[in-house]
Design a binder for this molecule. Structure first.
Ligand code: ADP
Length: 414
């Protein structure tokens, strides 16, 4: 089947066309046909990129004022006689949509019907910055591709297995009941993919494994995957909690936030911006939210960049320890995301000193400049194995779309 994967943000649409089916999933022979993005939607010079493996990148800068035009453009590009990869939109068998928040309603991916759409809309108040664009993307795509199934794949769904003692905050219970305030966790498709790959690579059933996954990109989160299920994860009610990120603070004493709001006379929106956009690696270093730039600056002796790196690794190390404790040990630790896949320094620093709990990184394997793709970076004697696994959230979305279409994931109630 040819599945179009759509990831719609407030001013962007990212897409991939993927050939997959149950048989191809089994053989791991599913493949990317084309991918691209439309950025700066709403401007007279949107940026459209279109990549087909083995071909040169195609680029356009048309005026695109809204998502409908962006997705129509994607459909046209896919079928374009010169640049395209299919002859007719009817060759597409299904559309998989990334949806950030599924609240407590969605513990799995699902075909979208009117009822599901209604429930997705009810989750908007939990993710006011993300879900509206995801839903807009769906509504428009449904009009452009009316006769094929559309599937929603939620960032939060994988974490719905967390037990109350890990997902509840120690607030009066009424706050959860009334406002849905609890840990939801995000990056679920990525954590799930990494655990699935460990199961496939090792040939050991997930029921037997205790895995810690660290997704380190612009947003960062770790997850304790106990016997195949998310037991705990660092992001919380929103993606702000937990690890230090590019521009997000991660964990902080809530009373410190109240204090700063009072002292600086901040409005709530300003406090939100402070914590989400001006903090994290950027806030500490005062230089950049980009780990590459910080590593370069630190290597030249910049102490603020070095401090940001130290804090980033220390926070992650604390969570690795915490999650090993939560699971009674750890068998595999996985690094993924732009930083996790590419930064030998961050990987090394984050597990430095953890040999006592069975995690020993092999410095040569870890820093091998030729190494690409999935690889083990622990020593031969390390009791727990350490891995780099390039994540592939779009592949997970395409595969879940197929599973929903063929009924392996049961359809939602009408
Ligand atoms: P997103 O979360 O937006 O998908 P990515 O997963 O691409 O982001 O991660 C972006 C982060 O990865 C940036 O901080 C970037 O500096 C970092 N990164 C990418 N390559 C390297 C590298 N070679 N060394 C260190 N950090 C890297």
């Amino acid at each position: 089947m040819k599945i179009l994967v759509l990831n719609c943000g407030s001013s962007s649409v990212k897409f991939q066309l993927i050939e997959t089916s149950l048989e191809l999933i089994e053989q791991r022979a599913d493949r990317l046909i084309a991918k691209g993005s439309v950025e700066k939607i709403g401007s007279s010079h949107a940026i459209v990129t279109f990549d087909v493996p083995g071909r040169e990148r195609h680029r356009e800068t048309p005026e695109i004022l809204e998502h409908r035009v962006a997705i129509e453009r994607v459909a046209r590009l896919l079928c374009d006689p010169e640049h395209g990869v299919i002859g007719d939109p009817k060759e597409i068998d299904g559309v998989g949509h990334r949806v950030v928040h599924g609240g407590e309603k969605f513990a799995n991916s699902t075909l979208i019907n009117d009822r599901v759409l209604h429930e997705m809309k009810e989750c908007i108040e939990l993710a006011p910055l993300h879900n509206p664009a995801n839903i807009r993307g769906y509504t428009v795509a449904r009009q452009i591709f009316p006769d094929i199934p559309h599937v929603a794949v939620f960032d939060t769904a994988f974490h719905q297995t967390m037990p109350p003692h890990s997902y509840l905050y120690a607030l009066p219970r009424v706050i959860h009941r009334r406002h849905g305030v609890r840990r939801y966790g995000f990056h679920g498709t990525s954590h799930r993919y990494c655990a699935y790959r460990i199961e496939k690579i090792t040939g050991v059933d997930r029921e037997e494994l205790r895995i810690i996954t660290a997704h380190l990109g612009n947003g960062c989160s770790a997850c304790a995957i106990d016997h195949g299920k998310s037991l705990d994860t660092t992001m919380g009610f929103t993606p702000l909690e937990g690890l230090i990120m590019g521009t997000r603070s991660g964990d902080i004493d809530p009373a410190a936030v109240l204090h700063v709001i009072a002292k600086e006379e901040l409005r709530l929106s300003e406090a939100n911006t402070l914590l989400n956009k001006h903090s994290g690696l950027l806030g500490i270093s005062g230089i950049s939210n980009d780990m590459r730039e910080l590593q370069t600056a630190a290597a030249k002796g910049n102490e603020d960049a070095q401090l940001a790196i130290d804090m980033f690794c220390y926070r992650l190390k604390k969570y690795i320890g915490a999650y090993a404790a939560a699971m009674g040990g750890v068998d595999h630790l996985v690094f993924t995301g732009g930083i996790g896949e590419n930064s030998a320094l961050i990987r090394e620093r984050s597990v430095d000193g953890l040999a006592f709990m069975g995690l020993e990184i092999d410095p040569a394997r870890n820093a091998d400049p030729e190494a690409r793709g999935e690889r083990q970076i622990s020593t031969a004697t390390s009791r727990a194995k350490i891995w780099v696994i390039p994540t592939d959230e779009e592949l997970v979305i395409a595969r879940d779309t197929v599973r929903c279409i063929v009924g392996v994931i049961p359809p939602p109630p009408a």
